[in-house]
Design a protein around this ligand. Structure first.
Ligand code: PSU
Ligand code: MN
Length: 302
C-alpha cells in the first residue's frame, strides 16, 4: 500500500532522521519551474542537515513516501493533479489515481510510515468568512488526530488567524512558536497574536513530542517557525494584497478546495512574485528546523 523509497526505507530501518514533505505545495502552491526547484532545494537542505527527505504523493494508486527525482519532476510538471486531503486519499488510491498530498494526508502517510516530523510552508486553517462558508481545513483536525510534529511558518493571513488558533486550542493541538512569543504569520515573522506556547530549541520540541506519545495523546504538534527577517514581507504590505485576493475569490465564486490555490496564485500575481520568494525562504528555514527536531528524536530514544 505504501511505497517507501529505498533511501527512506534504509534510513528508517537504521533509525536515522527522516523528515516528511508534502506535495500539494508543489502542484498547487507554487508555479512551475519554481515548484520543482524549491522541492529539490528543500530535499537538499534536509540532506545537508543530516536528515533524509520523504516527499509524499499518490502515483497511480500507490502512496509514495520518498520520491525519486524523475517522479518529483513528473509531478511538478503535471497539470490538473488532484489535491488529496484526508477525505480523498483512500478513494484516489483505490481507483489507481494520482494526486498531491496536503498537510492532512501527508501526516497520515508519515504516521503510517513511522516518520514523526514533517516540514512545510503553511498549514490550512479557518478561512476568513468561515462563519458563513464553514471553510475550515481538514489540516486542523488531522493535527488533533495524528501524532506528527509539523513545522510550518504559522498560517497565512489569507486565513482568519485568531479563529485558526481558537480551533487548534479547542482540538487540543499544541501551537509552539519557535524562539519568539508571537504567532508568526507566514510572509511576516510576527503577528499581533501571542502564540500559546514558546520553545527555543529543537531538543525541547522533540521532548514535548515524546511526552505526548508517552501520554498516549493521539494528535501532533504545530511548530510555528518565523520566516527569516531577511526574507520577510511586512504585514502592512501584505494586508491590502490579501484583501484584494480575497475579494477576487468571492467575486469569482471560488469555493471548497480551490480556495487556497486560487488565493496563493492571486497573491503571487499581485506581489509580482515576491510572495513566492518569501515562501521559498521560509520552507527552507522550516526544513532546517525539522531536520534538527528529527535528529533530536533519534538521538534521545524514549
Ligand atoms: N498553505 C500554504 N501553501 C500551501 C497550502 C496551504 O501556504 O500550499 C496547501 C497545503 O497542502 C495545505 C492545503 O495542507 O493547502 C490546505 O488546503 P485546504 O485549505 O483546502 O485544506
Ligand atoms: Mn477548505
Amino acid at each position: 500500500m505504501i511505497t517507501l523509497s529505498p533511501e527512506v526505507a534504509t534510513a528508517l530501518f537504521e533509525n536515522r532522521p527522516v523528515v516528511a514533505l508534502e506535495s500539494t505545495i508543489i502542484t498547487h502552491g507554487m508555479p512551475f519551474p519554481q515548484n520543482l526547484e524549491t522541492a529539490r532545494r528543500v530535499e537538499a537542505e534536509l540532506r545537508s542537515a543530516g536528515a533524509v527527505p520523504a516527499t509524499v504523493a499518490v502515483l497511480e494508486g500507490r502512496l509514495h513516501v520518498g520520491m525519486t527525482d524523475p517522479e518529483l519532476e513528473g509531478l511538478a510538471r503535471a497539470k490538473g493533479v488532484a489535491k488529496l486531503s484526508r477525505a480523498d486519499l483512500a478513494a484516489c488510491m483505490a481507483t489507481g489515481g494520482t494526486g498531491a498530498t496536503t498537510v492532512a494526508s501527508t501526516m497520515i502517510a508519515a504516521a503510517r510510515a513511522g516518520i514523526a516530523v514533517f516540514a512545510t510552508g503553511g498549514i490550512g486553517g479557518v478561512h476568513q468568512g468561515a462563519e458563513q462558508t464553514f471553510d475550515i481545513s481538514a489540516d486542523l483536525y488531522e493535527l488533533a488526530a495524528t501524532p506528527v510534529t509539523v513545522v510550518a511558518a504559522g498560517a497565512k493571513a489569507i486565513l482568519d488567524l485568531p479563529k485558526t488558533l481558537e480551533v487548534l486550542e479547542t482540538l487540543g493541538v499544541p501551537v509552539i512558536a519557535y524562539g519568539q512569543d508571537s504567532f508568526p504569520a507566514f510572509w511576516s515573522a510576527t503577528s499581533e497574536l501571542p502564540a500559546p506556547l514558546r520553545m527555543n530549541s529543537a531538543a525541547e520540541i522533540a521532548a514535548a513530542h515524546q511526552m505526548r506519545v508517552a501520554l498516549e495523546l493521539p494528535g501532533g504538534q504545530l511548530v510555528a517557525n518565523p520566516i527569516p527577517a531577511s526574507a520577510e514581507i511586512s504585514q502592512a504590505e501584505m494586508a491590502p494584497v490579501i484583501a484584494q485576493a480575497t475579494r477576487d475569490a468571492a467575486a469569482m465564486g471560488i469555493s471548497g478546495k480551490a480556495v487556497t490555490p486560487f488565493l496563493l496564485q492571486r497573491i503571487f500575481d499581485l506581489t509580482g512574485g515576491r510572495s513566492l520568494e518569501a515562501n521559498i525562504a521560509l520552507v527552507l528555514n522550516n526544513a532546517r528546523l525539522a531536520a534538527a527536531i528529527a535528529t533530536e528524536l533519534v538521538n534521545s530514544p524514549q
